[in-house]
Design a protein around this ligand. Structure first.
Ligand SMILES: *Cc1c(COP(=O)(O)O)cnc(C)c1O
Length: 449
């Protein structure tokens, strides 16, 4: 970091230390390369470029156009898509733009419910989308898989305009083909309904060939974030199938025109000027994702997740869905150790293992203290941790769970997580030292540009 008096840079240095000395178990986080950081920290942030390549509302976009075209081409190649819109500022914006592109206010959208593992942007009542569209939620079955018969029944009954397969706490590989067949079977007018996949979590696995691509099974559109398993800057991306035409011209509302409807829904529909420094960083990340090494990375994410899940199960943790087929693990800490997810999250933070408390489908939503925690392997795999280290991590997690369990037993009246853990500071500090030692052996790919 260049010397500057602004205290922000001191805080950034502190954050570099936090990231370096701890292990990131949050499944939606990752570490970017030095090249991605360099593109993001560039003069491209100075430029206004409303519009699309070759069709801008400002002058001086000759270099910006080259950058955005490259980003689009690489994204299309990664996902074998007819079209890519690389402008969404985030995954939430990408989803909102697709709803806006295809649905009218009051239209019905069928999506996985939040308690089942769906995402906030798929119809949680606190979102703007939920106030505009009529969201209906399908669930998961006892094995943690999509309840396809529930999905079929609801699709038949409600005749949604959009069927969404996507999630942020779901450990199976969806049967995209089956969803396509259900839609074709039960919809009265299939040409009025699009199939959308929100692959924000698993897009990197798809790009690396470790997960099927919904666009290969008749899905019309796929949204994703670029900062999770794709290992790019924070942002969103929309891939779509259909005919690409000039986004400045109005087109008919047909599935064939989806790419153009989406372009118009992103800009000017829901966003202003694109973040071209971030789009450049997306292009750099997509370039990295196209390399053969990325395939190995994607496979290793899954291998590590399976090993970690197995080790946790051996250690007495009960896993939702009996393990994992992707990078995600959802642990039922309540039934395993009699503790709640929040206490466990706080205790793990103290030893340098970062993850988040998460409701289980059985929590029926709205639980103030969820019974589970969610974790995953993309970030640890980027740092080079392998199966041996997964065993070590599972072992630390067990030790911390036992500490939390003991703390609950000894002080049943205490509800504050911090106070509860005070008597165990020494044991936690010992584990903290071990985590730091291991973490420092696996440096971040880059800490500055
Ligand atoms: C993370 C995520 C999003 C939201 O992405 P943001 O960039 O945080 O807005 C949307 N959908 C799913 C399934 C996600 O996991």
């Amino acid at each position: 970091m260049q010397s500057s008096k602004d205290e922000i840079f001191q805080i950034i240095d502190d954050e570099i230390i936090r990231q370096s000395e701890g292990l990131e178990l949050i499944p939606s986080e990752n570490y970017v390369s030095g090249d991605v950081l360099r593109a993001m920290g560039s003069v491209l942030t100075n430029k206004y470029s409303e519009g699309y390549p070759g069709k801008r509302y400002y002058g001086g976009n000759q270099n910006i156009d080259r950058i955005e075209r490259l980003a689009i081409e690489r994204a299309r190649q990664l996902f074998q898509a007819d079209h890519a819109n690389v402008q969404p500022h985030s995954g939430a914006n990408a989803n909102e733009a697709v709803y806006f592109a295809w649905c009218k206010p009051g239209d019905t959208i069928l999506a996985m419910s939040l308690p089942a593992g769906g995402h906030l942007t798929h119809g949680s009542p606190v979102t703007r989308s939920a106030k505009i569209y009529n969201f209906i939620g399908y669930g998961v079955d006892d094995n943690g898989d999509i309840d396809y018969s529930d999905l079929e029944r609801l699709a038949k009954e409600h005749q949604p305009k959009l069927i969404l397969v996507g999630y942020s706490a779901f450990m199976k590989i969806p049967d995209f083909q089956r969803v396509r067949e259900i839609a074709d079977r039960v919809l009265d007018n299939p040409e009025e309904t699009i199939l959308m996949a929100d692959m924000a979590h698993v897009a990197g696995l798809i790009a690396g060939g470790a997960h099927p691509n919904p666009l290969g099974f008749g899905f019309n559109v796929m949204t994703t974030t670029t900062h999770k398993t794709l290992r790019g800057p924070r942002g969103g991306l929309i891939l779509s199938q259909g005919k690409v035409s000039n986004p400045l011209h109005k087109v008919d509302h047909t599935i064939e025109n989806l790419p153009t409807l989406i372009d118009r829904a992103v800009f000017p529909g829901t966003q202003g000027g694109p973040l071209e420094h971030v789009i450049a960083a997306k292009a750099v990340a997509f370039g990295e994702d196209l390399r053969p090494e990325f395939k190995t990375y994607a496979q290793n994410i899954v291998k590590n997740a399976k090993t970690l899940a197995r080790e946790l199960a051996t250690g007495g943790f009960i896993l939702q869905g009996d393990g994992t087929e992707n990078h995600l693990i959802l642990v039922n800490v309540k039934d395993s150790f009699g503790i709640d997810g929040k206490t466990y999250e706080v205790a793990l933070d103290k030893v340098g293992l970062t993850l988040n408390a998460n409701a289980l489908p059985s929590d029926k939503g709205g639980a103030f203290r969820p019974s589970g925690v969610r974790l995953g392997t993309p970030a640890m795999t980027t740092r080079g941790l392998g199966e041996a280290e997964m065993k070590t991590v599972a072992n630390w997690m067990k030790q911390v769970a036992e500490i939390c369990s003991q703390a609950h037993e000894q002080q049943p009246e205490e509800t504050g997580d911090e106070a509860l853990l005070v008597p165990y500071e020494d044991s936690l500090a010992q584990i903290r030292t071990e985590v730091r030692e291991l973490a420092l052996k696996f440096p971040l790919p880059a800490t500055s540009c």
